[in-house]
Design a binder for this molecule. Structure first.
Ligand code: SF4
Length: 316
């Protein structure tokens, strides 16, 4: 099989999984299929057509499409029934059972996860505890010298959104684009976050979006424990002022930091944790979804769980 044919099959597989964007160039999936002359390239997938009819803003995040891409590959003459070797673990694309409906706080207690201590007064220095608004926190963050990260960063990224948001999205730390703009979750991962929110009928303006760290670690290296310790009081104070109904931690680092655990993300998902008394849901980081589109469906299940809490639970 020549390289062009392999590329065509790969791109078609990506399309069947709901992808319509390519990360490494400015072409989308349909453009590439047209360039390489694939049959049916101009026709959007069933999932794309259905989602586009419902809402153009969510058409590229369509986890409701449970069609098996193996069918398309079989139609193209590819043997997909031979077991895949251990070197390339199989991607489970079978429909997953719905997470249990959450209607009361008793239900949440039934499936509760890790609870983090709520005595935040011990953790927050007086100067941060006295900050009375998100704007005051943002100003403080811009002048912060509590750890060395300000020295290498271009801009502080304190967070943005509705100061009375019912849902707060927390990521790890600013990346290059965030450092450049001073805004959280911009660039490709940010665009995907916008689509994830749209899938539960929310906009960026309705939520508050921030990171554990407010300045970018150089070269996107992993945050150091002392940096997290120095910066966490800002996040705690932000959450204390916003008083959201639910927090969604995006990615392993945000989840493990907020929950003070080394438990893998896979074991933290699907549970309702508590962070300083606020229900917390764990899911994949949008940047990880760009690398592995098969995680879109579980991410959708996670944010649906957060949506159920929003729709049912009183504020803490
Ligand atoms: S990362 Fe946090 S603690 Fe470190 S300088 Fe920035 S705001 Fe301060």
């Amino acid at each position: 099989m020549d390289a062009k044919e392999l590329l065509r099959r790969y791109i078609e597989q990506r399309r069947e999984l709901g992808e319509s964007e390519l990360v490494l160039d400015s072409l989308n999936v349909e453009d590439v299929l047209r360039v390489i002359g694939a049959a049916g390239a101009s026709r959007p997938s069933r999932a794309a057509r259905a989602a586009q009819a419902a809402s153009p803003t969510v058409r590229e995040f369509d986890p409701a499409d449970t069609r098996d891409w193996r069918t398309s590959l079989r139609d193209a003459g590819v043997n997909v029934d031979t077991p895949i070797t251990a070197a390339t673990p199989p991607v489970d694309v079978s429909p997953k059972p719905e997470p249990p409906a959450i209607t009361t706080t008793d239900d949440m207690a039934f499936k509760k996860g890790i609870v983090v201590a709520s005595d935040e007064a011990d953790l927050i220095p007086d100067t941060i505890l006295k900050l009375r608004s998100l704007d005051e926190i943002a100003e403080k963050v811009k002048k912060c010298r509590r750890c060395p990260l300000y020295e290498t960063a271009t801009n502080a990224v304190p967070g943005e959104g509705d100061p009375h948001a019912e849902l707060v999205c927390v990521g790890e730390a600013p990346g290059a684009k965030e450092d450049e703009t001073g805004r959280p979750f911009v660039g490709q991962a940010g665009q995907l976050l916008t689509k994830i929110l749209a899938a539960i009928d929310m906009t960026r303006e309705q939520v508050f979006i921030c990171n554990v760290l407010k300045h970018r670690p150089p070269g996107n290296r992993n945050p150091q424990p002392e940096e997290v310790e120095a910066c966490s009081p800002y996040l705690i104070r932000q959450l204390e002022l916003i008083k959201p109904k639910v927090i969604v931690a995006f990615g392993t680092f945000a989840a493990q930091t907020l929950l003070q655990t080394k438990t893998p993300l896979g074991q933290l998902r699907g549970l309702v944790h508590r962070y300083h008394g606020i229900p917390l849901i764990v899911t994949y980081h949008p940047a990880a979804l760009l690398r592995n589109p098969a995680w879109k469906r579980p991410t959708w299940e996670d944010v649906k769980l957060a949506r159920r809490i929003l729709d049912s639970a009183p504020r803490s």
